[in-house]
Design a protein around this ligand. Structure first.
Ligand code: ATP
Ligand code: ZN
Length: 285
């Protein structure tokens, strides 16, 4: 069977989460990140370990069929690839920053300035949309030091917590792009590869849904059962099982991770006891 080729960052911020996701999809492989290529034992997939910057190009050319990159890189490279799935990890933003001491009121303050970045395409589009003419200096790394060495008055760089900017005497003034890891695919996949991709996406969806939900079990006194059931959103309706002790039921349901604490509080108020919350490994819809 023809193997689906997936490009993964060789070593960097995407590598570990990319490989964990593949593992959570039940795909077994030798941890051969030191190698360029690796095979899976139980799925028709082959791994290529590359620099993230090269992945969109390889996917466009068909050297790899799919790949995992930051959306920032996918957009910056402007290759002919599609986002098949947003993956929810490696969340970060691309922001403009200026020295802490600089006065900054709006993007117009950057008219005629020099801006250092590794993302000239995304930055260029943003400046054009805002009618700002500035000189973009493309550098491939350590962008945050550009103002202190006199290369630029501003930088446009990846930020997650902001601590790198802060340590370099900079302040974040505009967010221009929000990014997360994405699974990209090339335009033409053979039927066989397309089928493997769909199988992979089905598994990724199940893993993601599992992560976004929790399984909840609780004991409900008879008199507040209806109230408790009305609080639980659930996939369909909750499972209700009588307990050995008369007048009590055990209620099972699924709740969303982000509604979790609010729902728990409401359940306790309604008289629920012995609440257990259990992680869900996979959730098939
Ligand atoms: P390579 O050697 O493969 O070229 P790199 O140095 O360009 O790696 P990394 O720093 O490993 O890239 O970042 C890879 C991607 O992870 C970025 O393109 C971005 O999408 C995301 N990312 C970068 N910094 C952070 C961060 N601080 N927090 C979360 N995600 C980040
Ligand atoms: Zn890179």
């Amino acid at each position: 069977m023809e193997k689906l080729r997936i490009a993964i960052q060789k070593s960097g911020r995407l590598s570990e989460d990319s490989l964990s996701l593949i593992r959570e999809c039940g795909i077994k492989f030798a941890n051969g990140m030191r190698k360029l290529k690796s095979d899976a034992a139980n799925f028709p997939i082959e791994f290529l370990f590359l620099r993230d910057d090269d992945i969109p190009g390889y996917v466009e050319d068909g050297v790899a069929d799919i790949g995992i990159v930051g959306e920032n890189v996918a957009v910056e490279k402007g290759k002919d690839v599609e986002v098949a799935k947003r993956l929810g990890f490696s969340k970060c933003r691309l922001s403009l920053a200026v020295p802490k001491s600089a006065e900054y009121n709006s993007i117009q303050d950057l008219q005629g300035s020099n801006i250092a970045t590794s993302y000239p395409v995304i930055l260029g589009q943003f400046l054009e949309e805002h009618g700002v003419k500035a000189t973009i200096h493309e550098i491939s790394g350590s962008v945050e030091i550009a103002p202190s060495i006199g290369l630029a008055e501003a930088v446009c760089d990846i930020v997650s917590s902001g601590s790198t900017l802060f340590m370099n005497g900079l302040k974040e003034v505009e967010t221009i792009f929000r990014s997360e890891a994405v699974l990209i695919k090339g335009k033409e996949l053979s039927e066989e590869k397309q089928q493997s991709l769909e199988k992979l996406l089905f598994r990724i969806n199940a893993v993601q849904r599992g992560k976004n939900n929790k399984y909840i079990l609780l004991n409900a006194p008879e008199e507040s059962l209806d109230k408790i059931i009305s609080i639980l959103p659930g996939m369909r309706s909750p499972t209700v099982l009588p307990l050995a002790q008369k007048g009590w039921n055990s209620v099972h349901s699924v709740i969303k991770e982000d509604e979790f604490w609010e729902v728990i509080d409401q359940l306790r108020e309604a008289g629920a006891e012995g609440i257990l919350v259990v992680p869900i490994e996979k959730m098939i819809s």
